[in-house]
Design a protein around this ligand. Structure first.
Ligand code: NA7
Length: 536
């Protein structure tokens, strides 16, 4: 289509067809809005479309990590495992698209490159990389927090004669590692999930670790029919509990501090929670994420577990995280991660001590040694939270650039809207609970709030909503103050933007909890959208 073709006129453009985009489309279309979704991939599913690496699965129980908006769907849907694998989650996303007949309003294989606001009409013009344009009252970024894969700037990659992949952009036909010498760079969740699976297939696997991470066992397994039946019998009540909980998922949360408890009692509780698996350990005491001494008890506890599991003491020591408090980087949930290092075909290279200098045509050279590989897997993470939003060249009021506005870190009101950029919403944006929560719970809350707001505007014939600068400043200060009261800023995490060289170091998610945040958003709406400017 020629670039100067007349843009299609809509009420709403949604960018991204992951769970947020699908739910937005379903809701807004049902309410009679002209809405179109633009998706870079060739199918729905968002993060679960791209992250097809071996071992990819959710780290929150599937009965929780699923949409709650349709009571019939949640009753009918059967999750085969406690923590479902990526293919099962993708089947679920596709089912939602079919069930609600969503595909007819989605353009696949198109990347949004730019969006420009026109103050005269209070409308956005959105541009796709195929030359198409859309003109809409509202733009909603449903692009996810972990959707821009990051390949580190290591020299020599272009000369590597083997194959290389990023976990977040995995080939759809899969990768056969049989008989191959494989390198995995990175030990975040993606590395920790894929390493045990790759190790079972590859002839040799070498893991290049810069920073060890804390990982807790998933104790994953087939769905217990009795557990499923019991859960579904109380699904609505349980969903309501999750909506108002801190993390947006069912967990035995204890807000009491451990400060004055005997160490043996704390350790016994940590052991009990370790046996439950998943994020239960994080919820053991209210002061784990605020009191360094209590946190250190958890650190020692997990170190003990690693030393028990890994037979070679030198390897075990390398795997023990010592440079950041427990939980301040995204906690990993694994199946047999540490045990994998007991295999004869797996070795660990400490690239903190001897950094990678270059990729060679045949492998990787560190400051200490040269290794030959057939395949290199980059499990090196994402330009998290802001990457996908800033990939679009947003021009707001008076031509202001979002990239310039966020040059020193993201600024938003409630993680929902940005001052100077009217009628633009972000789902699970920075300064909302997003990545610290069960993201599906966070998505549903944002989508429902945004759709209510758009309906409110239509009912009152309003054409303009914008976050007020003072409300935005106050919210950003609040989010940073909440973060500063915790141990989170002590880690070089992607929560802080610290994984991307040159990215502003700012704690991005709202740490006050899903339930509290929901209450704030509800109050704001009830008080006639306090902190927003609405106009016709
Ligand atoms: P993460 O958690 O950002 O992990 C990336 C890993 O890659 C981490 O171990 C990094 O080490 C490592 N890394 C990044 N850049 C480099 C370079 N240049 N050299 C060596 N090692 C590097 O990404 P994931 O995909 O695992 O997980 C992201 C989220 O997806 C996860 O938290 C879940 O929410 C789902 P570092 O720690 O920076 O030293």
């Amino acid at each position: 289509m020629p670039v100067d073709a007349k843009p299609e006129t809509l009420d709403v453009v949604v960018v991204g067809a992951g769970f947020s985009g699908l739910y937005l489309l379903h809701w807004l279309r049902k309410d009679g809005f002209a809405v179109h979704v633009i998706e870079a991939g060739d199918d729905v599913g968002g993060t679960w479309y791209w992250n097809r690496y071996p071992g990819a699965r959710c780290d929150i129980m599937s009965l929780d990590y699923s949409m709650s908006f349709d009571p019939q769907l949640q009753q009918e849907w059967h999750w085969p495992e406690r923590y479902s694998a990526q293919p099962d989650i993708l089947v679920y996303a596709r089912h939602i698209a079919e069930r609600f007949d969503l595909r007819r309003d989605i353009s696949f294989g198109v990347k949004v490159t730019a969006a420009t606001f026109d103050e005269g009409s209070d409308r956005w013009t959105v541009e796709g990389d195929d030359g198409r344009r859309w003109n809409a009252r509202h733009v909603i970024m449903a692009t996810g927090c972990l959707s821009v894969p990051r390949i580190p700037d290591v020299p020599g990659l272009e000369d590597f004669r083997g194959d290389w992949y990023h976990t977040g952009d995995w080939p759809h036909e899969g990768v056969d590692f049989t008989g191959k010498k494989v390198a995995v760079i990175g030990t975040g969740s993606s590395g920790i999930q894929s390493i045990p699976v790759i190790a079972q297939q590859a002839a040799e696997l070498t893991v290049f670790q810069r920073t060890p991470n804390f990982s807790v066992p998933a104790w994953n397994g087939p769905m217990d029919p009795a557990f499923e039946a019991e859960h579904k019998a109380h699904y609505d009540e349980l969903r309501e509990v999750t909506r108002w909980s801190a993390g947006g998922y069912l967990v035995e949360d204890n807000n009491d501090p451990a400060r004055h408890l005997p160490r043996e009692e704390i350790e016994a509780e940590l052991e009990r929670r370790w046996q439950q698996g998943g994020f239960s350990l994080l919820g053991a005491y209210g002061d784990i994420m605020t009191d360094l001494e209590i946190n250190a008890i958890v650190v020692d506890f997990v170190h003990g577990k690693i030393r028990e599991k890994v037979k070679d003491p030198a390897v075990a020591e390398l795997l023990c995280p010592k440079d950041h408090p427990f939980g301040t980087k995204r906690l990993c949930v694994d199946t047999g991660y540490y045990e994998t290092y007991n295999r004869d075909n797996v070795s660990l290279v400490d690239i903190r001590k001897a950094p990678i200098e270059t990729i060679t045509p045949t492998g990787i050279r560190t400051a200490q040694a040269e290794h030959d590989f057939d395949v290199i897997v980059f499990a090196t993470g994402f330009d998290a939270m802001t990457g996908a939003i800033l990939n679009v060249d947003f021009k707001g009021r008076q031509g202001a650039s979002l990239r310039e506005k966020w040059a020193h870190g993201p600024r938003s009101y409630l993680g929902l809207m940005v001052s100077g950029f009217p009628n633009l919403f972000t789902v699970t944006g920075p300064q909302s609970p997003s990545v610290l929560a069960n993201v599906i719970t966070a998505i549903e809350q944002h989508v429902e709030w945004i759709c209510d707001c758009i309906n409110h505007m239509r009912d009152r014939q309003l054409s303009h909503i914008e976050a007020r600068k003072d409300a935005e400043d106050k919210w950003v200060d609040h989010v940073i103050a909440l973060g500063d009261a915790t141990l989170y800023p002590q880690a070089n995490s992607w929560y802080m933007g610290a994984n991307i060289p040159g990215k502003p170091r700012v704690f991005m998610p709202y740490v006050g909890g899903c339930g509290t945040y929901r209450k704030v958003c509800d109050q704001v709406a009830a008080e006639n959208y306090r902190g927003f400017e609405l106009a016709s």
